[in-house]
Design a binder for this molecule. Sequence first.
Ligand code: FES
Length: 117
Amino acid sequence: MPKPPKPICTRAELEAIQYLAMPIQYKNQADTAVVFIFDGHAYAYINRCMHMQKPLNCEQDAIFDDSLKFLRCSMHGFVFDPTTGTCLSPVCYGQKLQALRISEMDGAVYFTDKHVD
Ligand code: FES
């Protein structure tokens, strides 16, 4: 039997902030997700940069660069395509943040990823 979707917040709440960081269980391990709206769409990723396994917001309360067009890890400044999680900086170029499946229903945003509890 499929798991019920896990509520995150309302779409309006997410639109009012730059991002939401929330604790989750991912593959039965404690982890943190970042959820945000970009270009009208909601996205979610595990909050862990592939470079040195740091949260994107580890040094600064932000996950976007100044242009608000790219995700940015505040540890060493690597940037990522917010729509795919792909790293655009040397060293980790082409590697991806772990995307989490989410969906929207009736004005609310939910995790629908089978690995998220
Ligand atoms: S840990 Fe993210 S850029 Fe180095």
